[in-house]
Design a protein around this ligand. Structure first.
Ligand SMILES: Cc1cc2nc3c(=O)[nH]c(=O)nc-3n(C[C@H](O)[C@H](O)[C@H](O)COP(=O)(O)OP(=O)(O)OC[C@H]3O[C@@H](n4cnc5c(N)ncnc54)[C@H](O)[C@@H]3O)c2cc1C
Length: 424
């Protein structure tokens, strides 16, 4: 078994990183080369700005190269929950604004010719218990009528041609998609570089200060100045950006990938070939890879650490969960096991805007694979004078009380959700 992300292992390496010293003056400095930073850099470079991307590790090192590969449309919340919190009009507006993120990716892939197995597969939210199906049906009734007609409610019978496991029904979101995350992030970096952005890898930003509107960024390889700075560091935000660390809760999420399934195994397990998520609070998500491996993920443990030891412990738990859902795969070889940090906010709404001289987009709360490209581009547009396009511009973002960067409270949250899963 390889303790490496399947996406990292099966994508080409980005060969366009700038070499030599890090110096000079830029219109915009972007910190972080995940989807957010690269999408913003591409947008700005296309508009003629002089842009530099400073990445501590390598292109796609963070969550962008480690996720589950699902592009979910809409919100991270159920529509009914968003409506109760925000009011009907605002919930619909936000749903549609964020829904457009998959269209944004589809258009970008076509424009830049990125070969990344993008497919409008549709997403199934699968009811793990009969009472969960009732809740899904209530949410579907309102969502389908008021906001997203591209949804359907599937019965247990309908699911027979979709998933080889006895769920109690599902909601299908037809606009959701999937793609190869490694090929996409490298394609995005190539596109940004082609439009003129300079991308440095192995270049952590260690200090930052602003004097009279001019930013200075000190890195391990030299110092630059910039008129604008975008913080695109998500769950990997370092200690020198305290304001963001008090607002982003970095939560570990983990994945395993089986050996490629045979055609008869695919038919037994995932004949519908969509992205899937179940309704448990400590839930699981899965899909088939382009080479028919089952990529199966979940929170597994409430940990803020992803390293080989932590990933392998989680991998064991994930194997048990996978075999419970798909006994057909009992004992199957697991070829990959990896993990990463998800950028959560306390209310699970993303944030994009401007604070104390710094632009930012982050906090996608498990829906970042598509929101990050979309909101990264919107932050770029805001720098170019179109702040009105950003749907998150008026959302306040208070610090999480008692949180200073290390989410010490995660085990307590885990215990709470375990308890909820027993009673709900
Ligand atoms: C295991 C897992 C599964 C997930 N599954 C899904 C999914 O199926 N669907 C979905 O929609 N979302 C999913 N997500 C979330 C999604 O992947 C992220 O929200 C999204 O990729 C965030 O992109 P980003 O560019 O903002 O941040 P990242 O991709 O995390 O990039 C941040 C970058 O900043 C760099 N950096 C940090 N500090 C510095 C510094 N000081 N100097 C220089 N560079 C720095 C880091 O090295 C990193 O490369 C998942 C996440 C994980 C971890």
């Amino acid at each position: 078994m390889k303790f490496v992300s399947y996406w990292h292992d099966t994508a080409p390496v980005f060969a366009g990183a700038a070499q030599g010293p890090v110096s000079g003056h830029y219109d915009v400095a972007v910190i972080g080369a995940g989807f957010t930073g690269l999408a913003a850099a591409r947008q700005l470079a296309k508009a003629g700005a002089k842009v530099v991307v400073l990445e501590a590790e390598r292109v796609g090192f963070g969550a962008s190269g480690r996720n589950g590969g699902h592009l979910n449309n809409g919100l991270a919340h159920s529509y009914l929950a968003a409506k109760a919190e925000l009011g009907k009009e605002r919930a619909i507006a936000l749903y549609h604004a964020l829904d457009a993120s998959i269209d944004t990716i589809e258009a970008l892939i076509a424009e830049e010719g990125i070969d990344c197995n993008f497919r409008r597969a549709g997403k199934l939210k699968l009811a793990s218990k009969p009472q969960h199906f009732d809740a899904l049906a209530r949410n579907f009734e309102a969502l389908n009528k008021e906001c997203d007609p591209d949804t359907a409610l599937l019965s247990q019978e309908d699911l027979k041609s979709e998933v080889g496991s006895p769920f109690y029904g599902a909601m299908l979101s037809k606009k959701s998609a999937m793609m190869h995350m490694g090929r996409y992030v490298v394609g995005l970096a190539k596109a940004a570089a082609r439009h003129g952005a300079t991308i440095f890898e192995g270049t952590p930003v260690t200090e930052h200060w602003e004097t009279n509107g001019l930013h200075t960024l000190k890195t391990s390889r030299g110092t630059i100045t910039a008129a604008n700075v975008i913080v695109a560091t998500g769950a990997y935000t370092t200690k020198n950006f305290t304001w963001f660390r008090r607002r982003i809760i970095a939560v570990g999420s983990f994945l395993i990938a089986t050996r490629p399934l045979t055609e008869s195994e695919v038919q037994a397990v995932m004949p519908g070939n969509r992205t899937c998520v179940n309704t448990m609070n400590i839930g699981n998500y899965w899909r088939l890879a382009p080479d028919n491996r089952l990529i199966f993920g979940g929170r597994a443990r409430f940990s803020a650490t992803s390293d080989q030891r932590s990933d392998s412990k989680s991998g064991e738990i994930l194997r048990e969960s996978m075999e419970r859902i798909f006994p057909q795969l009992k004992g199957i070889d697991i070829d990959y096991c990896w993990g990463g940090l998800v950028d959560m906010t306390a209310d699970r709404y993303p944030r994009a805007g401007f604070h104390d001289g710094l632009w930012y987009a982050m906090g996608y709360s498990g829906h970042g694979a598509q929101l990050s490209t979309h909101l990264g581009m919107m932050v770029a547009d805001a720098i170019l004078g179109r702040a009105d396009r950003n749907p998150m511009r008026d959302y306040p973002w208070p610090a999480v009380p008692g949180h200073f960067g290390k989410p010490w409270f995660l085990p307590l949250v885990g215990m709470y959700y375990k308890m909820l899963d027993k009673v709900q």
